[in-house]
Design a protein around this ligand. Structure first.
Ligand SMILES: Cc1ncc(COP(=O)(O)O)c(C=O)c1O
Length: 451
């Protein structure tokens, strides 16, 4: 039963207070900070996660209708097939002086799914794999600048976009907002990188044209997700491909979050536009540390002209988990399942919001949906929704990434609970007492992706 344990959250909240003094920022992932959901109320720590049920360290059980381990677990938590492969590998040893045979099998599988690619390298997390892709593109072209849109991690090549340049005022004007966190000072990023990362908006081909006109001969790469919230406008990806070819830049598709969710493999397979490099992580191994950079032979060979190497990239758990995950995704139509569950949740919530006259809309594909309140107190409304859903035994945040482990038996009680909570949201809007009802501070905002 969901919510069968009384909602005492003292252990999890105490742990978070301790963490703030021990771990700068309290967590390792910005998007898992309690402040992103409901400060002083969201339970930051789990003891068990199975299927789509999460138990916090106080013993409270929740149905997780959130973002699937921030997009990392499309099969569901502790998927039995992946767990069996990992346990088997762990029992036989995961690290020694030799390499895991699984990585060769994994390379063959990734290349079979992406026939445009000829070679693969492996790492263990998304941001580092993006840094590898950018390094390879720079090594191959002998150029420095990178045009990009969207979020790609924490590395210097990318945060360089926030370094002030002579053109900063211009760029901020053109893009209408700050990149990542408004006002974020890119402390620790070498100032010499200023002007090396040039942002453009998704589906705004004119912005990329302008970058290519000015810097085309210096451009090493065009880096972007093939899609995120919106489908590509007709001809957009094809034009990006043409601009890359015309300028000699390498086209890098970031499939870290969208990969496996719209197609078995990269989302770009749906759009029939091939990049020079594509980068995978997160759900590739259903949440086990694993990342892949795949690419054409011509581009990937440049990895030999530079130094890209790390001890823990040669352990065996990541490849074993990736093989089990991918083999399962080749057997079962996961994109169809998560699209159906996501659509059911989106349709249900839309109907509930309309019935209660709450100004709410979903954004994005049903498989990666995000939520917005069109109201001056959007953040308080989202916080109140999250807080009330915790009390009803659901992890519910500003978006939903369905997993293979979600079924109608989870969607129905979730929508019933949302119906009750949206009735209160409507009352709170009418009475203008949204903030007073929360019982704690309002959630903080996330970061800008410029998509
Ligand atoms: C599109 C995209 N690229 C890169 C990253 C960074 O991956 P990681 O958090 O594994 O470093 C993320 C993570 O959210 C992402 O969504």
């Amino acid at each position: 039963m969901v919510g069968e344990v009384s909602m005492k959250r003292s252990a999890t909240l105490r742990l978070y207070e301790d963490a703030k003094g021990l771990i700068p920022g309290a967590t390792q992932l910005f998007s898992k900070r309690q402040e992103m959901f409901a400060p002083e109320q969201w339970p930051p720590y789990f003891s068990e996660a199975k299927g789509c049920t999460v138990t916090d360290v106080d013993g409270n059980r929740y149905i997780d209708m959130g973002m699937a381990g921030i997009g990392a677990t499309v099969l569901g938590y502790a998927d039995p097939d992946v767990t069996a492969a990992v346990v088997d590998r762990a029992q036989r040893g995961t690290m020694c002086m030799l390499n895991p045979a699984e990585e060769v099998e994994l390379a063959k599988l990734m290349l079979k799914l992406h026939p445009w690619a000829a070679m693969a390298r492996f790492a263990r997390s998304g941001g580092e794999a993006m840094a590898i892709a950018v390094r390879i593109a720079r090594a191959r072209t002998g150029r420095d600048r990178v045009a990009f849109c969207g979020y790609h991690g924490w590395h210097d090549w990318y945060l360089a976009a926030n370094l002030p340049t002579d053109r900063s005022a211009d760029t901020t004007d053109r893009l209408g907002d700050w990149h990542l966190i408004p006002g974020l000072q890119p402390a620790g990023i070498p100032r010499g990188l200023a002007g090396s990362a040039l942002p453009f908006h998704y589906n705004k081909i004119d912005e990329l044209h302008a970058i290519v006109r000015e810097y085309g001969h210096q451009l090493a790469a065009i880096v972007m997700e093939p899609t995120r919230h919106h489908a590509p406008a007709p001809g957009f990806l094809e034009s990006v491909r043409e601009l890359a070819d015309a300028s000699g830049a390498r086209l890098v598709f970031d499939e870290i979050s969208v990969g496996w969710k719209l197609a078995c493999g990269g989302a770009h397979l749906k759009f029939h536009v091939a990049p020079d490099l594509a980068v995978f992580s997160k759900s590739t191994a259903n949440g086990y540390p694993m990342a892949a950079v795949i690419g054409t032979a011509d581009t990937m060979q440049a990895a030999q002209d530079t130094f890209i190497s790390s001890a823990l990239w040669s352990e065996a758990i990541g490849p074993a988990a990736a093989l089990a995950s991918i083999q399962k995704m080749m057997r079962i139509d996961v994109p169809a399942h998560i699209a159906r569950i996501g659509q059911a949740v989106q349709d249900g919530l839309r109907e509930i919001a309309q019935r209660h006259a709450v100004p709410w809309t979903p954004v994005g594909y049903p498989a990666l949906q995000a939520y917005q309140f069109q109201h001056p107190e959007a953040a308080p409304l989202q916080t109140l929704w999250t807080v009330r859903m915790l009390d009803q035994g659901f992890l519910s945040v500003a978006g939903f990434f369905p997993m293979l482990s979600h079924h109608d038996c989870h969607v129905e009680p979730y929508l019933a609970a949302c119906d009750r909570v949206f009735a209160e949201l409507a009352t709170a809007i009418r009475n203008q007492d949204i903030v007073q009802r929360i019982g704690g501070p309002v959630r903080h905002s996330g970061f800008n992706r410029l998509t």
